[in-house]
Write a protein of this length. Structure first.
Length: 304
């Protein structure tokens, strides 16, 4: 199997498809941090996808039609649901219990490396030298943000439990993204974004329910309902879930997971801007340098 389109120039529409999800996911990290004391992490993920499924059912009814392949290929959709719906999001919300949105999104920005490793080791995809060079530039941009432009801070960096949870989440997402390229879906289902996402969410909700059950059995606190909590649930369900996943699926299909992984590196920069707006943290000059390095990495990785 070879990664399609990795060496083709990206069209403006593909760039837009791959840029909106990082913005949504940065917002997801901010919201997840804000409501961490009101909603347990696994429960937050379950409620998020329950709302998303309610939105998707009328849009993706084709997933439940005879011949859709959702039942015939249940192992594939159960695995996609586990990796992309259950594990990634649950681990991210769990990470936000002890780590900041910036740190969580920065750790996730190691995705180009994980994507290349997973693609090479498990899917037989060759790694091109431009991808390696692009990964180096993007990671340098991430490190600039991580150390706030001061290399001495980087030397004293210590990972917390949340950072480790996010590493596991990133590995799960890498497998999920590569699996999206496997041609094992009924064409009619794959051509219907809502039905294809609904197939994953239906199985993913089962995993999320299982994780939430474990969380409650371990003594998770009760949900503290309020207007802002309800608004947060609607946002993470409609934006980072339905909209972002739909655009990501199409974008990855066009550009390939390795290229898409570099756009994920925009997430910490968006998180920094959103943190300035909602958490009172102002961006600095080093954010501009990091942005230049990350965008440069994207440009180099897609070079012919």
């Amino acid at each position: 199997m070879t990664a399609p389109h990795n060496t083709q120039k990206l069209s403006p529409s593909t760039i837009l498809l791959l840029s909106v999800p990082p913005l949504m996911w940065a917002g997801n990290a901010i919201v997840g941090r804000l409501v961490r004391e009101a909603v347990p992490p696994m429960t937050l993920n379950l409620l998020r996808w329950a709302i998303a499924m309610a939105v998707l059912v009328p849009l993706g009814r084709a997933a439940f039609r005879t011949g859709s392949g959702v039942l015939l290929h249940w192992r594939r959709y159960a695995l996609l649901g586990l990796l992309g719906i259950g594990m990634y999001n649950s681990l991210q919300y769990l990470a936000l219990q002890s780590s900041t949105p910036i740190n969580v999104t920065l750790v996730a920005s190691g995705m180009p490396v994980w994507m290349m490793l997973v693609g090479r080791l498990f899917f037989g995809v060759a790694v091109r030298r431009w991808q390696v060079a692009g990964a180096v530039l993007s990671i340098l941009g991430v490190l600039v943000v991580l150390c706030r432009g001061d290399v001495h801070q980087l030397l004293g960096l210590r990972l917390v439990a949340g950072d480790l949870y996010m590493i596991l989440a990133t590995i799960a997402w890498s497998f999920y993204s590569w699996m999206l390229l496997q041609s094992k879906d009924v064409p009619a289902l794959r051509g219907d974004w809502a039905a294809f996402l609904l197939a994953q969410v239906a199985y993913g909700l089962l995993w999320s329910g299982l994780f939430s059950g474990v969380e409650w059995s371990l003594g998770a606190h009760l949900i503290v309902w309020s207007g802002p909590v309800l608004a947060a649930l609607l946002f993470v369900a409609l934006g980072p879930a339905v909209l972002a996943y739909a655009l990501w699926g199409v974008g990855v299909g066009r550009a390939g997971p390795s290229v898409g992984a570099f756009f994920v590196n925009l997430t910490p920069l968006f998180a920094a801007l959103l943190s300035s707006a909602f958490l009172g943290e102002s961006p600095h000059a080093y954010h501009a340098l990091a942005f230049a390095l990350i965008v440069g990495g994207i440009a180099v990785s897609t070079r012919r």
